[in-house]
Design a binder for this molecule. Sequence first.
Ligand code: PLP
Length: 357
Amino acid sequence: MSNPESEVSAATRLVAGGRPVRAPGAALSPAIEFTSTYVADGPVSYARSGNPTWTAFEDTLGSLEGGRALAFASGMAAIHACFQLTDHGARVVAPTTAYNGTGALLDNASQSGRLRVTRVQMDDTPALLAAMDGADLLWIESPTNPMLEIADIPALTAYARDHGVLTVCDNTFLTPLVQRPLDLGVDVVLHSATKYLAGHSDVIIGATITADDALHERLHTTRTLLGAIPGPMETWLALRGMRTLHLRLERATANAAELARRLDGHPTVDRVRYPGVGAIVSIELSGGQRAAERLEEQVQVWAPATSLGGVESTLERRRRHPLEPTTVPQSLVRLSVGVEDVEDLWRDLDRSLRHSA
Ligand SMILES: *Cc1c(COP(=O)(O)O)cnc(C)c1O
């Protein structure tokens, strides 16, 4: 695989990363390597531990985050592998309103005695620092899903480094184009590449990135032993999606900023949560749960659907999920703003909000 020069910008790396070595007649795009095994005496013998299509995706993502990436079967598989970095009975500090799958996994681990879990608001730095006393792992999600709280990552990692606390940051919402957690002192970055990285709502895949070789090896071993591996087809689709990440994110972010501005002061909206970066906006409706449910039924351009980070705009009342933390208001609707024409998005949203009130 060719490795684009490290001095070229992220946009160029997204386009150039993971391509085959350039030679007359060589394919410009990486192959989808459908194989379960390899001829003996090479670097990899069985495809549960390595595949060239993963390498193409991993080289590109690793270069963007500033470490070595590993592709996983899903974001959840990668999250599980991160928790496997801790010993039995380890103490984990995690956000009160983390992604609900992360929260459910922590609840399971806590009920079985595998982990001891302390949940703290991600934007309450003093409380987090206090909770980290004697902890083994800090789980960072910033902005949080769906409350969009922002963590003071440098303050948290400075304390963690001094006190031997391992830090993992779920960077799904911002991507390395907006936030590079390894530069902020985080040990492991986590992605649901299902979302912005792949970007087309057609594949489920996850990834970890770390600059620490020992952590990389342990995550690799866990992936191999759990068999938490993505298919070559999914990985290839994710890399193809990533080629346009910078273009998609630029448009989606501009759309989100404009919609957040217009929603602020809308007669049907009590509160707009928008951290000023990224393309997720959460709104709380003055008409409560019923208005939020009607909004899901009314929209035509927006799709009423879970998940986020695709080219298409989706929205969802998060409390429709039984596992969603009860700290999330019943009236909260999370908008994943896509790359459509912003006027079309606004007309549909404005009309639907008024009909739902
Ligand atoms: C979707 C999501 C996950 C889980 O990833 P999957 O690919 O669905 O397994 C983890 N974290 C965040 C922030 C997410 O949005």
